[in-house]
Write a protein that binds this ligand. Structure first.
Ligand code: GLN
Length: 216
């Protein structure tokens, strides 16, 4: 796989007074607009990204991979260099929030059916594992102690969601739906099989905003 050279941060050695650069939101398809609104509530600006050139224009403070249809996203990404650009920023430590289809894009392995993925998040996911669109639900989720989420319980909106069926080394489970991990963190990757951007004041969005602010 080709790996793109990563350009330096636009802020490195630059004007300390300059406004922070906006978070890059992958906007090929899906519910990317809801992420802009959710992050704005935490004072984070966003820009929509549809090409590798847009993503490589400068170091983004963070990247969001939204929910939608992972198969369609993969098809739109094919041959564009977008996947490689995302992988390069992941390796460079840029915080990434992946939700639902976004988690499927990052996963080490995808089942039901199998499909290619970027393979940077050490989990195995099974697509559409909680049922069809009609079974979409708002579900109480249990926080794992010490994982950085403030409330013991919070709501998760599940829409044709994948199920995390295996969690590998280096992956911390931050929240559960019954016996299933639904929010995991691997270093700079925060991955939710549900849609925190659709819940007002989700602690997941708050945690991600802190991860963005903590990057040196
Ligand atoms: N079912 C979708 C997929 O497999 C994900 C659904 C979502 O992102 N809300 O890609």
């Amino acid at each position: 796989m080709q790996v793109f050279p990563v350009p330096p941060s636009p802020r490195a050695g630059g004007d300390a007074e300059a406004p922070p650069s906006p978070v890059a939101v992958l906007a090929l398809q899906g519910d990317f607009a809801a992420h802009a609104a959710a992050l704005a509530a935490h004072g984070l600006g966003t820009r929509e990204v549809r090409t590798a050139a847009q993503l490589l224009a400068g170091r983004p403070p963070a990247i969001v991979l939204p929910g939608g249809e992972s198969t369609t996203m993969l098809r739109l990404m094919e041959g564009t260099g977008l996947g490689e650009a995302i992988t390069a920023w992941v390796a460079a430590g840029v915080p990434v929030l992946a939700t639902c289809a976004g988690v499927i894009l990052l996963a080490r392995e995808v089942r039901n059916p199998a499909q290619p993925s970027l393979g940077v998040l050490n989990v195995v996911v099974e697509r559409n594992s909680y049922g069809r669109q009609l079974e979409s639900a708002v579900v109480p989720l249990r926080t794992a102690p010490g994982g950085g989420l403030e409330e013991p319980w919070f709501e998760g909106v599940f829409i044709r969601a994948p199920r995390i069926v295996e969690v590998g080394e280096g992956v911390e489970i931050l929240a559960w739906r019954g016996d299933d991990p639904v929010l995991v963190r691997q270093k700079n990757l925060l991955a939710a099989t549900f849609h925190p951007e659709l819940s007002p004041r989700s602690p997941v969005t708050a945690l991600f905003a802190r991860m963005v602010q903590e990057v040196p």
